[in-house]
Design a protein around this ligand. Structure first.
Ligand code: AKB
Length: 316
């Protein structure tokens, strides 16, 4: 019997590309996309789609029952910058959606759960360079607090109830299909769009702010590899550190400028600077590399080449 998969938050930046990939692997009819609205019409029209508010336990439960779902990817979340503007909404969505899915899985019908965590679990007291898997986590954002607490609950449900939940601490994810929304690392996507559309970009972080980042293809591969890994190989049931590249706004600008010599950048840090300053600049992901053979493919220049190629096609 093929796996029947539900993706909650399928219209978001990662959810939309994950849906496409999972449909390629498992067959379109076996992957139910869901979101609170139908904002991505290509996704809505290309396979099974349900409107689900991730805060609504019964909506998730009914969908799982109606479609015999055995695997759930919970991708809905309010990210770091939006979370600072709407703290209670971030807490409500990020925590309750997780409890709904973990509690359904505890009931036994859902066999496997994927839930993304983030580098936002770390804070100013965490070692900034090569941040270890096990280290101090004192996040200062609402988003980071929800992810840190969520990790504790994932591990708890695994140990106490045997829920097969798996998770990755995503760095900033860069892609050219769906836009990210409300994150601190979003500049690294916006910069490519503005380079193509206007030839200039005003960056909301300072030029030397180094953050861990990853190209979407690598993030999707990691997510699916982790979900397919034999459970007995996995020692981390909170969330795996994952890393690919780290760069500053100046470095990504230079990578773009090498291909677009007239491109200009200016810097106007806003409230997101303080969030970025509280996060690591690079991550030690050796545990993921050992336990499920994680390897990334894209470095900064390979990613720039792919982003510019795709966005030129989109805008010209
Ligand atoms: C954000 O910037 O909030 C996210 C993240 C690092 O989790 N992209």
């Amino acid at each position: 019997m093929p796996s029947k998969i539900l993706i909650i938050g399928a219209c978001g930046q990662i959810g939309s590309e994950l849906t496409t990939k999972l449909r390629e692997i498992h067959g379109t009819e076996n992957v139910i996309a869901s979101d609170i609205n139908t904002r991505k019409l290509d996704l809505v029209n290309s396979g099974p789609f349900e409107i689900i508010d991730a805060k609504n336990f019964n909506a998730i439960k009914d969908c799982c029952k109606n479609h015999n779902i055995d695997t759930v990817y919970l991708m809905a979340a309010l990210l770091s910058a939006t979370g600072e503007k709407y703290p209670m909404e971030a807490w409500d969505l990020n925590m309750n959606s997780l409890f709904h899915v973990l509690n359904l899985a505890k009931g036994g019908n859902i066999k496997r759960v994927y839930w993304p965590s983030s580098i936002a679990v770390f804070g100013p007291t965490t070692p900034r360079e090569d941040t270890p898997q096990h280290t101090i986590c004192e996040p200062t954002t609402v988003y980071g607090i929800t992810k840190q607490v969520g990790e504790r609950w994932c591990e708890y449900y695994y140990k106490k109830y045997g829920v097969d939940v798996r998770s990755i601490r995503y760095p900033g994810i860069i892609s050219h299909k769906a836009m990210p929304g409300g994150g601190t690392t979003d500049y690294a996507v916006e910069i490519y769009h503005e380079a193509i559309k206007k030839g200039t970009y005003e960056c909301f972080l300072s030029e030397d702010t180094s953050l861990p980042m990853m190209f979407m293809d690598d993030a999707i591969k990691a997510t699916i590899d982790l979900m397919e890994a034999p459970g007995e190989n996995l020692t981390i049931r909170s969330s795996y550190n994952l890393s690919a590249i780290s760069f500053t706004p100046k470095e990504i600008y230079e990578s773009i400028k090498a291909q677009m010599p007239d491109f200009k950048i200016s810097y106007k840090p806003d409230f997101r600077q303080a969030i970025a300053d509280s996060w690591p600049s690079s991550i030690d992901d050796s545990v993921a590399r050992q336990e499920w053979n994680w390897q990334h493919s894209f470095d900064l220049d390979a990613m720039t080449a792919e982003m510019l190629r795709a966005l030129k096609k989109k805008y010209h």
